[in-house]
Design a binder for this molecule. Structure first.
Ligand code: NDP
Ligand code: GDR
Length: 376
């Protein structure tokens, strides 16, 4: 039997890397679109890299950009994919307030460009299309928990761009009979989550603070509530959605909610540090109240009384999404899907990974080299 061929946009991102690995294990020939950058941007997929000089490769990268329809159409024509996973996006909600036009172009019109490429090339009956939709569509929530029928109320340029992408995907399904669907995914994280999203920013900073490489973690709204899952669980769902008899949209979530503050506490606890929060609003701080060994080893150098978390209003958003909680019942019933990894397990995995990197940086520093850092 011929191998199935998949094309992933955003293959260099968190989900793209997990999905590429997943599809390769399933025996797919996987093509990925990466954009040109002045530095290497393939860290997350370097373990999958195959030398272009050998024959019979099953993981192939192409230069392209969601803002450039010529590149997209050319790649779709060349690859003739059975499945396209559109994961590429300017995916940072906070940054979308700084770059609204670019975000609309890449995240909104970019989706249209891909759908049009499929149509122009006459691949409507061959190529199945997955759109990375988001719980940010619910924004100012109209119902708790949120499910497939909950009305949308986007609260950022990112979410508004993704709203266009959501509906253009539905429209091409209805207008042209394409197999095109939306996965409305709630937040999902992993050790390779981008460093400026709040979970990774926390696990990375807590690890560096524990080893004396950083003094304080500055955050915005710590009361925000999110439904956090593991990226590894969620990419399986993206694939499952394209294997059905009929294209449908699904909410993917864990159904459990935590605050950003709780995420900080859980991360610190992994390294034996107990935090207590005091003060209101911008004056809120997280203070160390206990330091204990973990499995007989003291991992954190912090002292009782140290303030290691503070609020910086720079990280507040002009319009915030305060609470998100998903109801994944439809996915469970129709696709037999359930998340396998809990938030405490996810936190433990992320802290372990970031603590290991921080240890490496502290050895570099001990050897007399400069260890650069970015706190964003
Ligand atoms: P990342 O930010 O980790 O990855 C985004 C990817 O898109 C990167 O490969 C990036 O390339 C690429 N990209 C950005 N702009 C362009 C462009 N103009 N042309 C081509 N490629 C581009 O995101 P995630 O992996 O976390 O998320 C994947 C998708 O799922 C995104 O669309 C996101 O909006 C959506 N989503 C994510 C959720 C989450 O919690 N992670 C939840 C719901 C939806 P480069 O590496 O060069 O920056
Ligand atoms: P989100 O994720 O906006 O939900 O979008 P992010 O981790 O950026 O923020 C989650 C919540 O934490 C609050 N917060 C901070 N956020 C960041 N980034 N940095 C901070 O210092 C900070 N302090 C508090 C935020 O205000 C927010 O309430 C993610 C992205 O992956 C999107 O692409 C995706 O669509 C949604 O998840 C579902």
């Amino acid at each position: 039997m011929n191998k199935k061929v998949a094309l992933i946009t955003g293959v260099t991102g968190q989900d793209g890397s997990y999905l590429a690995e997943f599809l390769l294990k399933k025996g797919y020939e996987v093509h990925g679109i990466k954009r040109r950058s002045s530095l290497f941007n393939t860290d997350r997929i370097d373990h999958l890299y195959q030398d272009p000089h050998v024959d019979n490769r099953n993981f192939i990268l192409h230069y392209g950009d969601l803002t450039d329809s010529t590149s997209l159409t050319r790649i779709v024509q060349k690859v003739q994919p059975d499945e396209i996973y559109n994961l590429a996006a300017q995916s940072h909600v906070g940054v979308s307030f700084e770059e609204p036009e670019y975000t609309a172009n890449a995240d909104g019109i970019g989706t249209l460009r891909l759908l049009e490429a499929i149509r122009i090339l006459g691949l409507e009956k061959k190529t199945r299309f997955y759109q990375a939709s988001t719980s940010e569509l619910y924004g100012l929530v109209q119902e708790i928990p949120q499910k497939e029928t909950t009305p949308f109320y986007p609260r950022s340029p990112y979410a508004v761009a993704k709203l266009y992408a959501y509906w253009i995907t539905v429209n091409y399904r209805e207008a042209y009979g394409m197999y095109a669907c939306n996965g409305v995914l709630f937040n999902h994280e992993s050790p390779v989550r981008g460093e400026t999203f709040v979970t990774r920013k926390i696990t990375r900073a807590i690890s560096r603070i524990a080893l004396g490489l950083q003094e304080c973690l500055y955050l915005g709204n710590m009361s925000a509530l999110r439904d956090w899952g593991h990226a590894k669980d969620y990419v399986e769902m993206q694939w499952l959605m394209l294997q059905q008899d009929q294209a449908e949209d699904f909410v993917i979530a864990t159904g459990v909610q935590y605050s950003v503050r709780q995420f900080v506490e859980m991360s610190a606890k992994e390294l034996g540090v107990t935090l207590a929060f005091e003060g209101e609003a911008e004056a809120e701080v997280g203070r160390v109240v206990k330091v204990e060994p973990v499995n007989g080893e003291v991992l954190a150098k912090c002292k009782v009384g140290d303030v290691i978390v503070r609020v910086d209003p720079r990280y507040y958003r002009p319009t915030e999404v305060e609470t998100l909680l998903g109801d994944p019942t439809k996915a469970k019933e129709k696709l037999g899907w359930e998340p396998k990894i809990t938030l405490p397990e996810l936190v433990a995995e992320m802290v372990k990974s970031d603590y290991t990197s921080a240890k490496r940086d502290s050895l570099v520093k001990l050897a007399g080299f400069q260890a650069y850092d970015h706190y964003e």
